[in-house]
Design a protein around this ligand. Structure first.
Ligand SMILES: [Zn+2]
Length: 246
């Protein structure tokens, strides 16, 4: 089943052609929302990748809005780097090494250059999500997930090992996680237009400032499933990212 529209664009430095993809929203089977705002459609992140490292020359460039004339929908008569070669810098996420590599990529980008606030928010949000990816589906380690038949024993066992190992790495890198989140919080408070819904209470919750998270959540006018769940986790003093719906 075809779920994408491909488009093509060129590296501004070496003119190599890269393939991009637009997910066809009407063909998505499953959508998952996490408390940190990350959304997955059929296991793929929906937020577009704006910062690209050319797979041919390693030049880093930004694509704010993939629109014509910068992109074309016609396949060029030249060699094209497929989406997988540059998406998330070509990293494979089948193990925790790949997840750590992504964290280190973002950290290096942030160390190397100075970015305007919008770009820094973008990079720090992706770094935050990358840290959370280490233990994102922590609920899957519970025996419940094996017993209710969602997974075979082999898959559950393998997945469980991966998440528990990820949780250890998350704790080991906790200082980097909090430093990034504190800086992101300061930026978002200064630039409220860049905030995603409920992002601030979630950051406070993940920084273990549960009273502040509860205070902000109680100010939200309409109570939704999302706000109730976040309040519940704040009351439990649980700071881990969780699945809101999916
Ligand atoms: Zn290039």
């Amino acid at each position: 089943m075809l779920k994408y529209d491909s488009y093509y664009f060129q590296c501004p430095h070496c003119q190599a052609w890269l393939e991009g993809r637009n997910l066809k929203a009407e063909m998505v089977n499953q959508s998952i929302l996490y408390s940190d705002g990350k959304v997955l459609n059929d296991n793929l992140i929906t937020t577009p990748q704006k910062m690209i490292m050319c797979p041919s020359c390693s030049h880093v460039f930004w694509v704010e809005k993939p629109a014509e004339p910068f992109i074309t929908y016609e396949k060029p008569d030249a060699e094209v780097y497929s989406w997988n070669t540059w998406r998330f810098f070509g990293i494979s996420f089948s193990d925790n090494k790949g997840k750590m590599a992504l964290i280190n990529h973002y950290k290096t980008f942030l160390k190397k250059s100075h970015y305007d606030p919008k770009k820094e928010i973008y990079l720090r949000r992706f770094l935050w999500w990358a840290y959370n990816d280490l233990h994102r589906n922590h609920q899957h380690v519970r025996l419940k997930y094996l017993l209710n038949g969602f997974m075979s024993f082999g898959v559950w066992h393998c997945n469980r090992k991966l998440i528990l190992e990820g949780e250890k790495l998350f704790l080991k890198n906790h200082k980097g996680f909090t430093d990034n989140l504190q800086r992101l919080l300061a930026l978002l408070e200064k630039h409220p237009d860049e905030q995603i819904d409920l992002e601030l209470p979630e950051i406070y919750r993940e920084l273990r400032q549960f009273d502040k998270a509860k205070e902000l959540l109680e100010q939200v006018g309409s109570r939704t499933h999302f706000t109730s769940e976040m309040l519940r986790h704040s009351k439990w003093k649980d700071s881990r990212v969780f699945m809101v719906s999916g």
